[in-house]
Design a protein around this ligand. Sequence first.
Ligand SMILES: *Cc1c(COP(=O)(O)O)cnc(C)c1O
Length: 239
Amino acid sequence: MNDNLPPHAPDNHAPDNIVPDPCAGLTAIHAQIASAAREAGRDPAEVTLIAVSKTHPAAAVQQLLHCGQRTFGENRVQEAAQKFPPLQAAWPDLRLHLIGPLQTNKLREAVALFDRIDSLDRPRVADALEQTAQSTGRLPRLLIQVNIGDEPQKSGVTRAGADLFIRQCRQRFGANLAGLMCIPPQGQDPTPYFRDLTAMAHHHGLATISMGMSGDFISAIKMGATEIRVGSALFGQRN
Ligand SMILES: *Cc1c(COP(=O)(O)O)cnc(C)c1O
């Protein structure tokens, strides 16, 4: 009766023991994006999916590339530097975002590797970015990360400091400053935080609003996200 099973097939046939088809997973997320957008009266095409591949191997990224996914997020410069250059060479339209904190000593490498830095959050890094851009002729597009819950352990510019920092970065980086990013506090309804980030972006005329992860992207889309960052719902749980 079990002759058709591959060797080492699990005895338990529950659906969550089946390794998911990566393209099916991607299609499912796109369907959820589309329905959340329509419910909010928005065009689903306004929402870009960033596949967060941190801790997952290059082979997993490649599978999603074959399914049509092109935008990826990594939170550590070193890890991305080991994984992405061959993929970038093979897929010229791949777009890579840095979504984790940026240290000034990694900045040169980050500027060379990433198409966008989504975690700009303090003047020291802005200074270093400007210097690096002047010496290398390369400036990625940028998002400012706002610590929308004013949590001491989280990176991001404080809510009180956001207005000034956004205006300074706008002056310095012009149209390369594309928008705002946030990670709301865990274990609370993220809706008011998402709403506040959208209001802040609109107030400054910034078009890109990156918010919402595997657990809360539906709410983020309803509150105005133009980009969502999804890891575990696409790649499975991280170790
Ligand atoms: C890891 C990470 C994500 C993705 O989280 P999931 O819950 O796995 O979807 C999104 N944004 C940032 C900044 C992250 O570090």
